[in-house]
Design a protein around this ligand. Sequence first.
Ligand SMILES: *[C@@H]1O[C@H](CO)[C@@H](O)[C@H](O)[C@H]1NC(C)=O
Ligand SMILES: *[C@@H]1O[C@H](CO)[C@@H](O)[C@H](O)[C@H]1NC(C)=O
Ligand SMILES: *[C@@H]1O[C@H](CO)[C@@H](O)[C@H](O)[C@H]1NC(C)=O
Ligand SMILES: *[C@@H]1O[C@H](CO)[C@@H](O)[C@H](O)[C@H]1NC(C)=O
Ligand SMILES: *[C@@H]1O[C@H](CO)[C@@H](O)[C@H](O)[C@H]1NC(C)=O
Ligand SMILES: *[C@@H]1O[C@H](CO)[C@@H](O)[C@H](O)[C@H]1NC(C)=O
Ligand SMILES: *[C@@H]1O[C@H](CO)[C@@H](O)[C@H](O)[C@H]1NC(C)=O
Ligand SMILES: *[C@@H]1O[C@H](CO)[C@@H](O)[C@H](O)[C@H]1NC(C)=O
Ligand SMILES: *[C@@H]1O[C@H](CO)[C@@H](O)[C@H](O)[C@H]1NC(C)=O
Ligand SMILES: *[C@@H]1O[C@H](CO)[C@@H](O)[C@H](O)[C@H]1NC(C)=O
Ligand SMILES: *[C@@H]1O[C@H](CO)[C@@H](O)[C@H](O)[C@H]1NC(C)=O
Ligand SMILES: *[C@@H]1O[C@H](CO)[C@@H](O)[C@H](O)[C@H]1NC(C)=O
Length: 634
Amino acid sequence: MPLQLKFLQYNLAATVSTALILLGLLSAIITPSFFAHATDNTSLVSENQDGLIFSDGQDFRFPLELFNGLELRDGEDEDEDGDEGLDTRSLDVVRRGPSGVSSMANNEFQHDTIKIGETQWWYFPKEQVNGKKSNVKSGFPASIGVDHTAGENHTQPSNGIWKRSPTVYISLTTCSKPEVSTSGSGNASGFPQLEVYVSKSASLQKPGPGKDSSSQIFYKAHKGYMSAAIEADGDVFIGVAAPETKDYKGEYKYQIAASIDTYFHTVDEHDPFLYFLDADTTAALLVSNNLTQSEPGSDNYNEWMNFSTPYTMFAHNVNDTSLAGLELSYCALNQHAHVSKKTHEVRESMTNRGLGSKPKEQFYVTGLNRSSFYYGILARDGNGTKSGNKIVGGGGKVWKPMNFTTKAEENCAVLFDLPFCSEVAYAVPSNPSLTISELSKIYDNNARKLYRNFSYSLQQVQCDATPESQYSLAVNCTACERAYKEWLCAVTIPRCADFSDNAHFLHVRNAGQKFLNGSSIPPENHLRKFPATNSSRNPLIDKEIKPGPYKEILTCQDVCHTLVKNCPASLQFSCPQGKQLDWSYGVRNESGIITCNYLGAAYYLSHAPSFCQRAWSALIGIGGFWVVFWTLGF
Ligand SMILES: *[C@@H]1O[C@H](CO)[C@@H](O)[C@H](O)[C@H]1NC(C)=O
Ligand SMILES: *[C@@H]1O[C@H](CO)[C@@H](O)[C@H](O)[C@H]1NC(C)=O
Ligand SMILES: *[C@@H]1O[C@H](CO)[C@@H](O)[C@H](O)[C@H]1NC(C)=O
Ligand SMILES: *[C@@H]1O[C@H](CO)[C@@H](O)[C@H](O)[C@H]1NC(C)=O
Ligand SMILES: *[C@@H]1O[C@H](CO)[C@@H](O)[C@H](O)[C@H]1NC(C)=O
Ligand SMILES: *[C@@H]1O[C@H](CO)[C@@H](O)[C@H](O)[C@H]1NC(C)=O
Ligand SMILES: *[C@@H]1O[C@H](CO)[C@@H](O)[C@H](O)[C@H]1NC(C)=O
Ligand SMILES: *[C@@H]1O[C@H](CO)[C@@H](O)[C@H](O)[C@H]1NC(C)=O
Ligand SMILES: *[C@@H]1O[C@H](CO)[C@@H](O)[C@H](O)[C@H]1NC(C)=O
Ligand SMILES: *[C@@H]1O[C@H](CO)[C@@H](O)[C@H](O)[C@H]1NC(C)=O
Ligand SMILES: *[C@@H]1O[C@H](CO)[C@@H](O)[C@H](O)[C@H]1NC(C)=O
Ligand SMILES: *[C@@H]1O[C@H](CO)[C@@H](O)[C@H](O)[C@H]1NC(C)=O
C-alpha cells in the first residue's frame, strides 16, 4: 500500500512506495540542495549522497524546504491521483539506490556523457523488474509469409507464464564517440566500444572493470550497440564503462534503457532489408523488402498499403568516418548521418511496384554528391509510429548497412511513380534543362499513346470469346496486355547508365549527338556508324530530350519472350535472334548486379529462377516465330 505525499505550495505530488517508508529512509532522502540532473558527476554525487530518485526520466533530488508543509496521507492504490483540482505531476518515487547510482524505469531511456576511463552506474529497481508488463501489441499489420528474422517481430519476446523470473531487456546505444588523439595510433573506427557490466547481487551494486567477475556479467557494445536479456527478480545493477585508452581523447554520449517488455533499442545485423533500385548524380531510389506476402486485394495487403510509412533510412558517405564504429546506433545515425529525414532529404512512401506486386516502402533520397559511395541504412523511428520514453521499443531499430553509388554524369535522372508506366523506377536518359515532371510527362505520355494503338489491335483478336475460341487456353488478353505494357515501358523508357561506365553489358546509345558539355564523339568513331549506337532506340529521346551520348542497360530478353508467349500469334510479335538480339536485349546474371532491366529490378535481390526463365526455355522448345524489334516502329 503506497503512501502519497502531497505538498500544495509546489503543486507536486509524489507517490512513495511503502518500502521506502518501512526502510526508514525518509529522513535520509532530505538533502540540502535542489537540482535535477541526470548525469552522475562525481563531485555532485558526493555532495548529494542521499538523492531522492524519481522515475520520470530524471534523477530528481528534493531540498529540505520542499518537505515543509507536506501533507502525508494514505493512498488506496497506485493509480489514485488524489490531487483533484490541482495542476499536479505524479512522480513515482523509487527506492533510493546506492550513492552515485541512478535509477531507470521501464521503457524510459536515460542518456549521459562518459569520459574515457570513467564508469557510471544505473540500476533497475526490483519494483520495476516485477512491475506490470506494458502488454502492448504490435501496431503493425501482420507480415504474412515474410521471414520474421528479417522483418518485424510481431510478438514481443515473452517469458512464458510459468517461468519463475521476469526477463529484463537492457540495451545501450552509443550516440557519439571520442576523437582520435593526435599522439596515439588510433583510427576512426577502432575506438574502444563502451562496456556494460551487469550485477544482480546486492553485494555488487557498482559493477565495473576490475570487480568480482563471478557476480557480474560483462558485455561490450558492437558498432555502437549492446543488448542483454537477463532473468532477474530483484534489483539489477548496471555499470557503463569507457575503457582506458591513450589513442583517443574526449568523451562518449550514450543512451541506456531497461525494459520488462522488450528491447527499447533493437538491431538486425543480418539483413539490410533494403534494396537499391537506381541513382542519378544527386538522388537515389531504394526500397524495403516486401512487408507482407499476402495477395493484392486481401485485407492484410490493404492494411499495409494504407499504413503510414513505418520505416525511414539514413545515407552516409562511406569515405566519411564520423559514423565508423557506430553503425548500429539509432541515435548516432540520427545525429550524424549525412542524409536523413532530419535533413529533409529522405522522402518515404508505400509502393507495390516490383516482383510479386507486394507492399513495400520506398525511399527517394536527395542531396547526394556525384560519383560517391554511400551506406544506406534502414531504420525504424521508435516503434514505427511513436518514439521516445514510455513507448515499448521507443528507441528505434537499425538494420545492417548496405551500400550504393551515385552516377557521374548529368544525363541520367531517376524516375518513379509514373502514372502509366508505374513499374518504372530507375534512371532514364535525361537533360538537366528538363524538370523531373517534364521528363516524366514526355516518357509516360509517349508510352500511353503507343499502348492505345496496341489496345485497338488487341480488340481485333477474340479476347472476349468463350474459353474454347480464345487464342490460347493457357493465356488470355489480360496476360497479353500486361506483358505488352511491361515490354513497352521497358523499351521506350530505357534504363540509363554513365557513358564513362565501362561495364561489359552496357550498350552505347545516341553517340551521334553532342555531349551536354558541347564536345562530341569524332565522326570517324565506329559508334557513330551504326544506327544501334548512333541513336536511341526510341527516337523521341534524341528529338525531345537530347541527353547526348549515354549507355543503356538493355531490357532483359525474357521480357520480350514473355510478350511473345502471352500474346496471340496473329499480332505477329517475335523477338530478334543472333546479333540483333544482343543489340536489343540483355541477359540476367546471378551476381546481384543488374545486367539487364526487368520489372522490379533491384541490386542484390536474390531471385529464384523466375517464370520468365521458364518461359524462355518453353519458347526454345517451340522454336518457331520471331519478329525483329526494329520492325515494331522504333
Ligand atoms: C561536475 O560538475 C561541476 C559543476 O557543474 C563541474 O564544474 C565539474 O567540471 C564537473 N565534473 C566532472 C568530472 O564532470
Ligand atoms: C507504438 O506505440 C504506441 C503507444 O504505445 C501504440 O499505440 C502504437 O500502436 C505502437 N505502434 C506500433 C506500430 O506498434
Ligand atoms: C583501426 O584500429 C583497429 C584497432 O586498433 C584495427 O583493428 C583496425 O584494423 C583499424 N582499422 C583501419 C581501417 O585501419
Ligand atoms: C484503405 O484506405 C482506403 C482509402 O482511404 C479505404 O477505402 C480502405 O477501406 C482502406 N483499407 C483498409 C484495409 O484499411
Ligand atoms: C571513397 O571510397 C571509395 C570506395 O571505398 C573509393 O573508391 C574512393 O576512391 C573514395 N573516394 C575518396 C575521395 O576518397
Ligand atoms: C518480394 O516478393 C516477391 C515474390 O512475391 C519476390 O520475388 C521478391 O524477391 C521479394 N522481394 C522484393 C524486394 O521484391
Ligand atoms: C558532399 O561533398 C561535400 C564536399 O566534399 C561534403 O562536405 C558533404 O558532406 C558531401 N555530402 C554528402 C551527402 O555526401
Ligand atoms: C557494397 O556492398 C557489396 C555487396 O554487399 C559488397 O560486396 C561491397 O564490398 C560493399 N562496398 C563497400 C564500399 O562497402
Ligand atoms: C496509332 O495508329 C494510327 C493509325 O494506324 C497512326 O496514325 C498513329 O500514328 C499511331 N500512333 C502512334 C503513337 O504510333
Ligand atoms: C485471364 O486469365 C486470368 C488467370 O489466368 C484470369 O484471372 C483473368 O480473369 C482472365 N481474364 C479474362 C479477361 O478472361
Ligand atoms: C548519327 O547521328 C547523327 C545525329 O543524330 C546524324 O546526324 C548522323 O547522320 C548519324 N549517322 C549515321 C551514320 O546514322
Ligand atoms: C564532355 O563530357 C564527356 C562525357 O561526360 C566527357 O567524356 C568529355 O571528356 C567531356 N569533354 C570536355 C571537353 O570536357
